[in-house]
Design a binder for this molecule. Structure first.
Ligand SMILES: [Zn+2]
Ligand SMILES: [Zn+2]
Length: 366
């Protein structure tokens, strides 16, 4: 497997000469989109706070707010990669505002996402976003309990939990990374967590719990669900890889054009891993180059199909290229390794590399 893989830099070096020069410049115009979201959010929250519409109108506003919270988070991702503005303090300030609904601070995000996830994508021990291996499963009572549930309940819960996953995972990342910041930087990281939550709790005190549910809580769940619908499909159908090869370990999803417009082309995730420092505005050009050069390596599918495939397959890596439902030992391939989203089939028993009934340590091949 290792022999076929190339690093993201290898691909980037081959694609870069075929892209226009402006593709490597920041695109500050993206901030207009952020401003539009901010105005809609402010108007939505004030409408809920200052008027007494019925529950249905408030629910409709909450839906719009949820869409805005997601859009802002996706823009925050782009801003904090430095592809919108280069000046560090403007980048961090606008990134903090964009991520405020999801309450993730820019310092934490850059450490977790830019410096760890992007560098160690789909490395089972180093990528904070990678899913567990059978070894981790064997030592986790929680995972074992989850996987003993009937498949339909587990799959449904997995989908429903997307509505809280970003906030939940972000708090876990705070706990994981806070000690890795230099002591003199830690106060700032804490402040970037405390300030947004102070705003949201201040809002609760101001408008009361019922209105707060519509102004913040329901939109937060919707925002979580939308960003996680993308994030959950970015890598989870792909193999773990010993080399950080975005064509092998990342998936680009396709969505209608207006969705790409609202979400700043976040769907182009393989392209993003080749050029995280490039504005997503230019990812369609990168995609065309990738499909021209390596069509057999490139993975893409509609977002809905990717979510359906996630729903139908387990999330424990038995080997780097196989997913397993440990009870009762059903093995599936990953993208590029036998997983066909149009025809999801359990691997025939005789083709399985190892049985997890044996020592799980033996099964981490790949
Ligand atoms: Zn990624
Ligand atoms: Zn990124």
């Amino acid at each position: 497997m290792k022999d076929d893989l190339q690093s993201f830099g290898w691909y980037a070096a081959r694609v870069a000469p075929h892209l226009p020069k402006e593709a490597f410049k920041p695109v500050p115009g993206r901030l207009w989109g952020g401003l539009a979201y901010l105005l809609v959010v402010t108007a939505g929250i004030l409408t809920i706070a200052l008027t007494d519409f019925n529950i249905w109108t408030n629910l409709l506003i909450a839906l719009v707010l949820g869409g805005c919270y997601a859009g802002m988070g996706l823009l925050g991702h782009e801003i904090l990669h430095g592809t919108v503005v280069r000046k560090a303090w403007i980048r961090d300030l606008t990134g903090a505002i964009a991520f405020a609904p999801l309450s993730t601070g820019p310092r934490l995000w850059r450490k977790w996402h830019n410096m760890t996830h992007h560098i160690h994508t789909q490395d089972e021990s180093k990528d904070p976003d990678a899913w567990p291996t059978i070894e981790e499963f064997a030592s986790s009572k929680f995972l074992q309990r989850m996987y003993r549930m009937p498949f339909s309940i587990r799959a449904f819960l997995g989908l429903a939990f997307l509505a809280i996953t970003f906030t939940f995972h972000s708090s876990r990342m705070f706990a994981r990374f806070i000690s890795e910041f230099k002591p003199e930087k830690r106060a700032a990281v804490w402040m970037q967590l405390i300030i947004p939550w102070t705003v949201w709790i201040g809002l609760l005190v101001w408008i009361g719990p019922v209105k707060w549910i519509f102004a913040f809580l329901i939109p937060l769940l919707i925002g979580n669900f939308i960003v996680m619908a993308y994030i959950s499909t970015n890598h989870r159908l792909n193999p773990l890889t010993p080399v950080n090869d975005p064509l092998a370990n990342s998936l680009t999803v396709t969505v209608p054009k207006w969705v790409d417009f609202l979400h700043f082309n976040f769907s182009y995730h393989t392209e993003h891993h080749l050029f995280p420092g490039m504005s997503s505005k230019y990812y369609p050009l990168v995609k065309a180059e990738l499909k021209k050069r390596w069509p057999e390596r490139y993975h893409e599918m509609p977002l809905v199909e990717a979510l359906a495939t996630l729903y139908k397959t387990p999330r424990i890596y038995k080997t780097k290229t196989e997913l397993v439902d440990p009870y009762p030992d059903r093995t599936y391939g990953t993208l590029g390794h036998g997983l066909d989203p149009k025809d999801i089939q359990e691997k025939p028993k005789e083709l399985k590399e190892n049985s997890i009934a044996k020592n799980p340590r033996d099964s981490m091949g790949g």
